[in-house]
Design a protein around this ligand. Structure first.
Ligand SMILES: C[S@@+](CC[C@H](N)C(=O)[O-])C[C@H]1O[C@@H](n2cnc3c(N)ncnc32)[C@H](O)[C@@H]1O
Length: 271
C-alpha cells in the first residue's frame, strides 16, 4: 500500500518545506530550544518520487543552519513507515545537540499533547493524505491544529493541500446540497488561512502534470512576527501578492487565469 505522497510534483513540495525550515531555523537564532513537529513524517524517503521525505529534508536544514539546540518529533500512524524512518535517521550523521523521536500514533494525539505543553517555538508541518479530518482519519484536524497554534504563537506552520481532494469533497457536498466549505472541518483555502492564528502567509502552487486532469497542490506557510519575501525560485509567493491572490482564487474557485501567469518564474527550479 502506498501511503507516501506521490506524484511528479513531490520534489517541489519538499523544496517548499526546505525553504520553510531553513527560513525558520535561520531567523530564530535569538531563541534557543527549537522544536520541530512533523505530523505526517512518512519513512523519510519517497518511493514514488525518489526523493528525500520531510524528516530528512529537516535534518539537512538543521545541519546547514549549524544549530545545536534543535529537537524534532516525527509522527506517523503507520508502524512500517516509522520503523523505516528510525533506521534512516540512525544511519545519518547527527548534528551536535540534535534530539529526535519518532512517535507511531495518530497525530491527533500529538496535537492534544502539544496543547498541554508550555509555550514552545519552532515549526510544525502537516502533510496529510486527506483534506480536513477525513472519514478515514488520514487528514488533519484543522480545528485542533488552530488551537495548538494559538497556544504556541511562535511555532510556524506549513500545510500541504491536495486540491483534487478539496474539489472532490466540494463535488460530493454540492451533490448532497451541503456547503462544506462553511464548515471548518473541511475548509476551502481562504477559510483555512482564516482559521489559523498566523499573521503572514505564503503559498506555493504545484501544477498538475501536463495533460492530467488534476487540480494541483498547495503548500501554505503561516508565520507570526517576521515576514519573508517571495521565494520565486521555489515558486513561493506571499498570499497577498498578485501571484498569491491568483493562486488562492484558482484553488478555491477553479476560476481566473493560470495561477502562475506572469510570475517571475513559471517553472520550478532547484535553486
Ligand atoms: C503524504 S504522506 C507524508 C509524506 C512525508 N511528509 C514526506 O515528505 O515524505 C502522509 C503520511 O501521513 C500518515 N498519516 C495519515 N493520517 C495520519 C494520522 N491521522 N496520524 C498520523 N499519521 C498519519 C500516513 O501514514 C503517511 O505516511
Amino acid at each position: 500500500m502506498r501511503t507516501q505522497g506521490h506524484g511528479i510534483t513531490t520534489p517541489e513540495k519538499e523544496e517548499a518545506f526546505r525553504s520553510f525550515f531553513e527560513g525558520n531555523l535561520n531567523a530564530s537564532r535569538a531563541f534557543s530550544h527549537f522544536l520541530h513537529v512533523d505530523l505526517n513524517c512518512g519513512s523519510g524517503w519517497n518511493e514514488d518520487a525518489l526523493c528525500l521525505g520531510s524528516p530528512l529534508v529537516f535534518l539537512n536544514a538543521v545541519k546547514r543552519a549549524r544549530r545545536a539546540d534543535v529537537g524534532a518529533v516525527f509522527v506517523d500512524q503507520d508502524p512500517v513507515a516509522c520503523e523505516s524512518l528510525r533506521e534512516r535517521l540512525r544511519r545519518e550523521i547527527q548534528p551536535p545537540g540534535f534530539a529526535w523521536s519518532v512517535c507511531c500514533q495518530d497525530n491527533r494525539r500529538t496535537l492534544e499533547l502539544l496543547l498541554r505543553e508550555p509555550e514552545r517555538f519552532g515549526s510544525l508541518i502537516a502533510d496529510p493524505n486527506g483534506h480536513g479530518r477525513g472519514k478515514a482519519g488520514n487528514g488533519t484536524d484543522y480545528r485542533l491544529l488552530a488551537k495548538v497554534l494559538a497556544r504556541h504563537v511562535r511555532m510556524d506552520v506549513a500545510i500541504n493541500v491536495n486540491l483534487n481532494l478539496l474539489w472532490q469533497m466540494r463535488g460530493w457536498n454540492r451533490a448532497r446540497g451541503a456547503d462544506v466549505f462553511k464548515a471548518d472541518d473541511q475548509p476551502g483555502i481562504r477559510e483555512l488561512i482564516g482559521m489559523m492564528p498566523k499573521e503572514h502567509w505564503h503559498v506555493q502552487f504545484r501544477s498538475p502534470p501536463r495533460g492530467s486532469p488534476g487540480r494541483g497542490f498547495l503548500v501554505l506557510i503561516g508565520r507570526n512576527g517576521v515576514n519573508f519575501k517571495d521565494h520565486a525560485a521555489r515558486g513561493i509567493y506571499r498570499v497577498n501578492s498578485p501571484t498569491g491572490q491568483r493562486i488562492i482564487k484558482y484553488a478555491d474557485t477553479g476560476r481566473g487565469e493560470h495561477p502562475l501567469a506572469g510570475a517571475s518564474q513559471q517553472q520550478f527550479a532547484f535553486a
